[in-house]
Design a protein around this ligand. Structure first.
Ligand code: SF4
Length: 435
């Protein structure tokens, strides 16, 4: 049987789709890229902005015609959790709705659906984050995601995640280490530890562990060369963590540290739990211990009440930090969040203008940083090959392209950088750890 799956949103969703396809593989399903040959169509959805949610409904509309051919249609992810039965009422041809914490209930759900029932499974207290007994159909052979925790307790005033992914639950370190060992045994070189706020890992576990300790434990796993993690919350980004990153050679010098805004007034309204000064102190601390660290961030422009002066403080923060890159969006009202009750008073054209100005500034910085790589030598883990060229990522997460044989895929090699585009570097393989 074939399943066609479309995934929207963040790394958590991408990895959840790998888990869902793993569960389905035990039921005899295998993935297909061709939606018209699938017996099962699944959308793994994102609710972080209105636009993302609208995409789901227009996409579902396209699949409606397949219903007549005995095809089952399911919606997973954050829109599924947010809407539940409401989604089936709105789209009666949808057979089931599965929340992010109910992935392992899929076999039961499909059994019910095949008996003609409509099923909504959207528990937010699902305990099993990642099963060690069910396969995961990973997209890549050398780089893998490993969930260390689920959910978020921060309730930033604009964010829907705590409502769609539930309260923070950390996974026992023994399970994480077992998964990482198995990955190493099957040839994986890099793991990315995943969580909405990995810095609060360990809270609620009886083993008395925190994220720096987990990094040290994962670091001891033979066969894994590189360790990454995403996402951090600046308020929980400790000096202990920075020291651990600096001291552990396998931990890559790439840190995603979402600031969201540069104005204290707006940060307060967002309930981010830090001031711009505290944020800049964290950045200074990172640059002190890890001078080569690449930092990226998320930003929201046009937040309720944002004045021109507030926005200029965001621009100023971007100039001060000089991020390797940013993910920036216009504020989007999310139902059920605290901010949804506030007047969305920044006009759309002003939001658009601010987003353009912010991205223009960042693009200038990104290009300057990329250009500064020319002549440098970087370690690169190559994970793709095509047309005689290898593609990979450096430790600080830059995309690097270099000519070479397909046999180099999965290797960590040194590349001398000769050309620099905004988001891509190109160079020549000189030698490397694995060569
Ligand atoms: S930290 Fe804030 S923005 Fe991030 S997932 Fe949690 S509530 Fe959302």
């Amino acid at each position: 049987m074939k399943v066609f799956m479309k995934t929207y949103g963040c790394q958590m969703n991408v990895h959840d789709s790998e888990k869902i396809l793993g569960v389905l593989s035990t039921l005899g399903y295998r993935p297909t890229e061709k939606e018209d040959e699938a017996e099962l169509i699944l959308l793994n959805t994102c609710a972080v902005r209105e636009k993302a949610e609208h995409k789901v409904y227009s996409e579902l509309g396209r699949f409606k015609k397949r219903k007549g051919e005995g095809v089952f249609i399911g919606v997973c992810g954050c829109v599924a959790q947010k809407e539940g039965m409401g989604l089936i009422r709105r789209m009666p041809f949808v057979d089931f709705v599965l929340g992010p914490r109910s992935i392992y209930a899929l076999p039961d759900v499909l059994r019910e659906v095949k008996r003609g029932k409509k099923v909504v499974k959207a528990d937010l207290d699902g305990s099993c984050i990642t099963s060690l007994t069910v396969p995961i159909l990973r997209q890549e052979p050398y780089r893998a995601y490993v969930t260390v925790m689920e959910g978020c307790n921060n309730f930033c005033s604009y964010c829907i995640v705590p409502y769609t992914r539930g309260r923070e639950v950390s996974r026992p370190s023994s399970e994480i280490l077992e998964e990482v060992r198995r990955l190493a045994d099957t040839g994986y070189r890099e793991v990315t530890l995943l969580g909405q706020n990995v810095n609060s890992y360990g809270r609620g576990l009886s083993e008395g562990i925190d994220f720096p300790m987990l990094l040290e434990m994962v670091h001891e796993v033979d066969g894994i060369s590189w360790i990454r993690f995403i996402t951090s919350h600046p308020k929980d980004f400790s000096e202990r963590l920075v020291k651990a990153i600096a001291a552990l050679p396998k931990v890559c010098e790439y840190i995603h540290l979402p600031a969201q805004a540069g104005s204290n007034r707006i940060l307060k309204k967002m309930r981010r739990g830090y001031s711009r000064e505290e944020y800049l102190e964290k950045v200074a601390m990172i640059k002190e211990y890890i001078p080569t660290a690449a930092i990226t961030s998320d930003f929201i422009v046009g937040f309720p009440g944002e004045q021109e002066g507030d926005f200029e403080l965001t621009l100023d923060l971007v100039e001060k930090v000089r991020y390797q890159g940013i993910f920036a969006f216009r504020y989007s009202v999310r139902p059920g969040t605290e901010a949804a009750s506030w007047d969305d008073d920044v006009p759309l054209h002003v939001k658009r203008d601010r987003l353009i100005r912010l991205l223009e500034l960042q693009n200038t910085i990104t290009q300057e940083i990329s250009s500064s790589y020319k002549g440098k030598t970087l370690d690169v883990l190559f994970n793709r090959w095509g047309d005689g060229k290898l593609e990979g990522r450096s430790r600080d997460n830059k995309i690097v392209i270099a000519p070479g044989p397909q046999s180099y895929v999965g290797a960590i090699l040194q590349v001398r950088i000769e050309r620099a585009r905004m988001y891509e570097l190109e160079g020549t393989i000189i030698k490397g750890g694995d060569a």
